[in-house]
Design a protein around this ligand. Structure first.
Ligand code: AHR
Length: 326
C-alpha cells in the first residue's frame, strides 16, 4: 500500500553495484512490502559499543513494529552510505533512515530521494544542508549540550585547584556532527576558567584502537597531561590502556571524561578509571519506527526530536550499572 512511483533512472543504474559491508541494501529489485512499511537504514558502521547498541535497537524495534528493514553498514565511509541510499531509492522503499557518517556532502543524494518521493529521516547525526526540505525530521541527541556538560563538570571539579590544567582531547571522526559539536560545547564551557587549556587534540575516529594509539602518542610528546576528554567511551577505554601501559593510574594521575555511558564505559567509571561520563542514548529504534509510520502516512512530524539524556559520576555508575540496557 505504500508503493512508490517509478524513480530516477540514474538511481537504478547506480544501485546494484552498491553497499560496502551491507547486509541487505544491494539486494536486487525489492520494493515496498504490500502490507507494511519497508525502511532502508544506512548505518554508519560498527565502530563503537554505542553503535552496536544503536543497531540492535533499530533492528529490534523494526521487528516489533512489523517494519521490513533493509540494513546496511557503511564501515564509516560516506561513499558506502551514498551507495546504500541510492540502492534503497532504486528498490523503492517506503522510507529511508540514516545516520550520516559526516555532516557535509549529502544534498545530491537527498535530492534524488526527494525526487523519488521517498521521505528521509535523519537519526543520531545530522547533515549541514541548508535545504531542510531534503529530510522530514532529525531524531537524536544534542551533541553541543553533551560537550557542554563535560566541560561544566571539569570547571566545577577543578575549581579548587590552582595553576594550569592540561587537557588532551580525543576527537571523534573528523567532520562528524558529534565530533564537531562535542568539541564546540566543551570549549565553550571551559572558557569560564582560564586555567583549563586543551594542549593536544586529535581524532581517534570513535574507536578503542584509535583512542589508544593517539593517547600513546600524546603520552610520549606531551608533558604533564592532567585530563583526557574523549568524545566517546571507546576512545576513553583505549586511552586507559595507554595510560596504564605508561605506568600511570587512570582516573587519578590523569582524569578522564567521556561521552556515551555504554556498559564498558560505565564499568570503568564505577571502578574509578573514568571520572565522569555524559550520556548519549543509542536506543532510538522505537521513536524511529513511530516517526517512520507517521511520515509514510503523510502525517506532520516535528522537525527535530531531541533525545533525553543524563550524566554520571562513579557513585551514580555503581548504582545504575546492573540495570543499564546497553
Ligand atoms: O553519533 C553518536 C556517536 O557515534 C557515539 O557517541 C559514538 O560512540 C559513535 O561512534
Amino acid at each position: 500500500m505504500f508503493k512508490k512511483s517509478l524513480v530516477a533512472v540514474v538511481a537504478a543504474t547506480l544501485a546494484l553495484t552498491a553497499c560496502g559491508g551491507g547486509s541487505d541494501a544491494g539486494g536486487g529489485a525489492g520494493g515496498g512490502s504490500d502490507d507494511g512499511i519497508t525502511m532502508g537504514f544506512a548505518q554508519v558502521g560498527a565502530e563503537s559499543g554505542w553503535r552496536t547498541a544503536n543497531t540492535k535497537s533499530v533492528q529490534d524495534s523494526a521487528k516489533e513494529a512489523g517494519v521490513e528493514l533493509k540494513f546496511s553498514d557503511a564501515q564509516q565511509k560516506q561513499e558506502n552510505q551514498i551507495k546504500a541510499i541510492r540502492s534503497y531509492i532504486q528498490q523503492q522503499v517506503d522510507v529511508i533512515a540514516f545516520s550520516p557518517v559526516v555532516e557535509s556532502g549529502w544534498d545530491t543524494v537527498l535530492k534524488e530521494a526527494k525526487d523519488a518521493d521517498i521521505p528521509v529521516i535523519l537519526t543520531d547525526r545530522s547533515v549541514d544542508s541548508s535545504d531542510t526540505s531534503l529530510y522530514k525530521t532529525f531524531l537524536g541527541s544534542d551533541f553541543v549540550e553533551e560537550g557542554k556538560k563535560a566541560g561544566d563538570w571539569l570547571v566545577e571539579d577543578s575549581a579548587s585547584t590552582d595553576g594550569p590544567i592540561n587537557i588532551v582531547e580525543l576527537q571523534g571522526t573528523t567532520g562528524a556532527a558529534p565530533a564537531i559539536d562535542r568539541k564546540e560545547g566543551f570549549e565553550a564551557a571551559i572558557a569560564a576558567d582560564p586555567d583549563l587549556k586543551i594542549v593536544q587534540s586529535q581524532t581517534g575516529d570513535f574507536t578503542r584502537s584509535g583512542g589508544k594509539q593517539v593517547m600513546e602518542a600524546f603520552l610520549k610528546n606531551t608533558p604533564d597531561i592532567d585530563v583526557v576528554y574523549a568524545h566517546n567511551d571507546d576512545m576513553g577505554l583505549g586511552a586507559i590502556e595507554a595510560i596504564e601501559a605508561a605506568g600511570k593510574v587512570p582516573g587519578k594521575d590523569i582524569k578522564i571524561i567521556t561521552v556515551d555511558a555504554v556498559k564498558d564505559g560505565m564499568t570503568a567509571l564505577s571502578e574509578g578509571k573514568i571520572n565522569y561520563i555524559v550520556e548519549c542514548n543509542p536506543l532510538l529504534g522505537d521513536q524511529l519506527m513511530d516517526l517512520a509510520e507517521k511520515v509514510v502516512a503523510g502525517e506532520e512530524v516535528p522537525a527535530r526530536v531531541v533525545t533525553e539524556e543524563s550524566a554520571f559520576t562513579p557513585e551514580q555508575a555503581k548504582e545504575v550499572l546492573a540495570s543499564r540496557e546497553y
